[in-house]
Design a protein around this ligand. Structure first.
Ligand code: DGJ
Length: 731
């Protein structure tokens, strides 16, 4: 059991293989305080590290003492209005306008396994995988109960957190902030790391020293966003890829979020994560409860790589579900960059025939098959096939493609409505928009009010009809704009603050319904490229479209940032046409294939327009994918060299879990004439096993490779790549 209560010390001890977390109860007041998080320790009572007398915390001013004005006791779930001057996890407004809330310990439970979070995505685990602690707290004045939920994983250095808030008073309680987790700790010359970006450049790593005050990342766009990702890490300034302590938080949610690090003048650091309080409030009637989404805490004492491995294993084994969780994903060809809206059955089938001949396993029909849609100005919401473009409908096309021995997938954008659509003309109130205001269009479309059951039912009936009309093996669920001008015709004025979260619950419900009714489906979430690449989406779709930027060199950086948190098995990565549709760069077909090999492999181009020599490369690329794809999908990922950092070349490596095979993808972005080849130091090998290098035939022990290094092969020219396999051998 990874969790126990030391009754003598009044300390909860949460332990994972290499980390410990300690929660202390104060004797007199029953405050639930944070004592420790970090490398594994045998001790329970770690109160000695606190920077002032712990047994008489005076922060709430309720023990007859005065309130301290800077800093406060380290808290597991700080509340607003009673003297903790940092960002609170919980803020409550009572019917009389009061805004004070103070929680006291009331009881706890410890049990094996992990409960589901009703209506929300969350990690899961059996009794042998993890242990859960629920700490009940109360505010007796407000008659408010708060249950803090912690799960510690047996084999992973991950602890999940969420909170359930229940109103027991007769009068309603308005939550104006309900975050998921807080981590108070002394600062230790930490750096902060987050992932920032924008459309076509998502999840760029950004590392900087923590400064005084509040800093961090957030989204108020109704989606987790291209701009910021719901992830934050603090690490020792000296920490590297392989060394040093890292504390990370990742949010299993796809809407508005706040991920903040605040450094006080007393050198105390507070990390918080949860639904963004801006634009949020939630009314609880008597006995109603609010469940926060889940935040995942990961501790690593082996640098960023240790953190990454824990996230990858946790998300692959305890978040991603469904038929494709443990299966290789089919290689696919998607027609978007091949045809955009300009296609008919024959054009699609000619691409599919070429694909089938080359050995590609699935054909995906992207945007433009429904309603009157020949550009992006109309028809979202009208999910019936455009027979003028596709006579015989999806059924005919799907049958023809299956006859070629391929699977068939389609694109949908169920969360949207075009003003120029039958759906909007019949139900203008189905769209989110403030009455009396000019609608805020983006890509000519509005967002459906998925907080409403009737809207969800209407859209789901259409999804169901489409998926039942033909053999459809895969759905790309797109979402091409942020939420703005957000107002629901069905919510009362004092509940409009619930809309963003109710919208997300609606999206989750729709995807859950679809996967329940069509369990064989491979779902790929997408959000105008990678605008909703978050753990919440991974609960429904094992893979997510990484970015609309499909150009191989830019992709190196995008995939590197994404892989910091998200498994390679979740990254849609396609070989696209040249010159690139996003940045006009021209790179060799082979290099594009290598970069795509590190994710869910596919093609995003008109195969009929490829040169013969490019076409001839496809079977080899597919063979690589079938032979080594599993290592990238299930193995341990190492970032060996980063083009974003060195400006010349990129090396990423994946090692199979049994450490018998390692695949190294080397891309020489810019060549350096007459320079010696760079030497890299592979990682993750078994020191005692001997490995043969597929390029030179050299056989060395794992230790020999890792400590002695490997000279990268000489190549003349820019944008060239090589796949190097290290295979265990008896020789
Ligand atoms: C945005 C997606 O990211 C693209 O891949 C494509 O599906 C378009 N939408 C279609 O409108």
């Amino acid at each position: 059991m990874g969790i126990h209560f030391d009754a003598a010390e009044r300390v909860f001890c949460l332990d994972t293989p290499r980390s410990s977390y300690r929660i202390g109860l104060t004797d007199a007041e029953g405050f639930v305080t944070h004592l420790y998080y970090g490398s594994r320790v045998p001790d329970s009572n770690l109160r000695q590290t606190l920077w002032y007398g712990f047994e008489r915390p005076t922060v709430y001013g309720e023990t007859g003492d005065q309130v301290r004005f800077t800093g406060s006791i380290p808290s597991e779930y700080p509340t607003a209005g009673v003297g903790d001057f940092g960002t609170p996890c919980l803020a409550v407004e009572t019917a009389d306008g009061g805004r004070a809330c103070a929680l006291r310990y009331a009881g706890h439970r410890i049990y094996g396994g992990k409960p589901k979070l009703n209506g929300l995505p969350a990690t899961f685990g059996s009794e042998s995988d993890c242990t859960t602690l629920e700490i009940d707290c109360v505010d007796a004045v407000l008659q408010l109960e708060v249950t803090l939920c912690y799960t510690a994983f047996e084999n992973l250095d991950a602890i999940t957190r969420s909170a359930r808030i229940t109103n027991r008073a007769d009068a309603p309680a308005r939550l104006t902030s309900a975050l998921s987790a807080c981590l108070d700790m002394p600062n230790r010359d930490f750096d902060l790391m987050t992932l920032y970006g924008f459309w076509s450049n998502e999840r760029m790593p950004c590392r900087r020293p923590i400064a005084w005050g509040r800093q961090g990342v957030a989204s108020e766009r109704g989606i987790s966003s291209h701009e910021e990702n719901p992830f934050l890490a603090v690490m020792e300034h000296s920490a590297t890829q392989t060394q040093g302590q890292v504390y990370a938080m990742s949010f299993v949610y796809s809407g508005n979020f706040l991920a903040e690090a605040a450094l006080t003048q007393k050198e105390q650091l507070r990390l918080v994560m949860g639904i963004h309080p801006n634009g949020f409030c939630w009314t609880l009637e008597k006995d109603e409860a609010f469940q926060t989404p889940e935040a995942v805490l990961v501790f690593s004492d082996t640098g960023l790589a240790g953190m990454t491995h824990t996230f990858h294993d946790l998300y692959r084994e305890h978040l991603i579900r469904g038929a494709y969780r443990d299966k290789a994903r089919p290689s696919l060809v998607n027609n978007w960059e091949a045809t955009y809206f300009d296609f008919d059955t024959e054009k699609l089938l000619s691409i599919a025939r070429t694909a089938a001949k080359s050995g590609i396993e699935m054909f995906v029909l992207d945007d433009g098959w429904f309603g009157e849609r020949n550009d992006d100005t109309n028809s979202l919401g009208d999910w019936f096939v455009n027979e003028k473009k596709l006579p015989g409908g999806l059924k005919y096309l799907s049958d023809e493609i299956h006859k070629l021995g391929m699977q068939f997938g389609i694109w949908m954008e169920p969360e949207m409505v075009s003003p120029d659509s039958e759906l909007y003309r019949a139900h203008p109130d189905y769209a989110l928009q403030n009455p009396g205001r000019v609608p805020t269009l983006s890509r000519h479309q509005l967002v459906l009010d998925l907080s409403r059951q009737d809207v969800r039912d209407c859209i789901y009936a259409q999804i169901h009809a489409v998926l039942s009309s033909a053999r459809i093996d895969y759905v790309k669920w797109d979402m091409n704009r942020p939420l703005a001008n957000v107002w629901s015709a069905q919510l009362p004025a004092d509940r409009q603050g619930e809309l963003y979260h109710r919208y997300m619950l609606g999206v989750y419900e729709l995807q859950e319904r679809m996967l329940t009714d069509f369990p064989h489906l491979l779902l790929e979430n997408c959000c105008s490229g990678g605008g909703r690449f978050d753990p919440g989406m991974l609960y429904y779709s094992p893979q997510i479209w990484t970015s609309d930027n499909t150009e191989a060199v830019d992709r190196l950086r995008i995939q590197e940032g994404t892989a910091l948190v998200y498994p390679l098995s979740s990254m849609g990565a396609h070989v696209a046409a040249c010159p690139s549709h996003t940045n006009r760069r021209v790179t060799p077909f082979a290099t594009r294939g290598l970069v795509s090999l590190c994710g869910c492999f596919g093609y995003e181009l008109d195969l009929t327009k490829l040169t013969e020599s490019e076409l001839n490369e496809i079977p080899g690329q597919l063979e690589n994918y079938h032979t080594y794809g599993d290592i990238f999908r299930t193995g341990d990922y190492y970032r060996i060299a980063s083009f974003a950092e060195n400006g010349e070349y990129d090396v990423m490596m994946a090692v199979s879990k049994d450490q018998k095979t390692a695949a190294i993808v080397y891309v020489q972005v810019l060549s350096r004439e007459k320079h010696p080849s760079p030497v890299i130091y592979p990682q993750g090998l078994d020191k005692t096993v001997r490995y043969r290098d597929s390029l030179t035939g050299t056989v060395l022990s794992g230790a020999g490779w890792m400590y002695g290094g490997m000279a990268l092969p000489q190549m003349q020219g820019d944008y060239l790549g090589k796949l190097i396999i290290l295979q265990a051998t008896e020789a």
